[in-house]
Write a protein that binds this ligand. Structure first.
Ligand code: ZN
Length: 197
């Protein structure tokens, strides 16, 4: 009731998307994690500052021009969508490492010679059957909730951009493989279909 009245009072689509995503299930789970360094769960002070600022809509940085030529405002949303961001590959590999460890079986990350129907390579493959005699492949996509291209859907439903990406990737999977799309939004909610896994 309270959430609905607050939501109806927000007119800006970016603020609305931010509010919906902050109120979505599991979007705040990272705040409950024990900061155990050995498990990779300890965030630096700077990481916490940026995460909290993104969640609340506070200033993240000083406005400047990105190396790609785009203007970056104080909220720093461009950093999560820039194709030339220096940390883009490192972030992807870190998430892939976590999923590979969580699988608990021998896996191959970014397997060579295995492509999806859309011509792209999956991010991982189990080397033994996962279910029904089929190995499992997975894909990781982090969608920016606050990107201009996503606001038309995320300002109405949290996680909708990630869900759309998940459906698109599922259609590209070979029938002899099981596939899970780890699609999540920048501000933490998983695609709704991920909650069923
Ligand atoms: Zn850029």
């Amino acid at each position: 009731m309270y959430s609905a009245s607050v939501e109806s009072a927000i007119s800006d689509s970016c603020q609305k998307a931010r509010f919906l995503v902050a109120a979505a299930p599991h979007s705040g789970d990272w705040l409950l994690s024990l900061p155990v360094t050995y498990c990779g769960l300890r965030l630096t002070d700077e990481a916490v500052r940026v995460a909290v600022a993104l969640r609340l809509g506070c200033s993240v940085c000083v406005a400047h021009t990105c190396r790609c030529g785009a203007l970056v405002d104080a909220q720093g949303i461009h950093g999560s969508v820039c194709k030339q961001a220096p940390s883009k590959i490192a972030r992807h590999q870190a998430i892939n490492d976590v999923i590979a460890r969580a699988a608990g079986v021998p896996v191959s990350k970014e397997p060579v010679g295995l492509v999806r129907i859309d011509g792209k390579r999956p991010d991982g493959l189990t080397l033994i059957p996962w279910q029904g005699g089929k190995p499992l492949t997975w894909d990781i996509t982090v969608v920016s909730t606050l990107a201009d291209s996503c606001l038309h859907s995320t300002s109405h439903s949290a996680g909708s951009a990630a869900e759309t990406s998940s459906i698109r990737k599922s259609l590209s999977t070979h029938p002899f493989l099981l596939n899970i799309c780890f699609n999540r939004s920048q501000l933490r909610p998983l695609a709704p279909s991920m909650h069923r896994l």
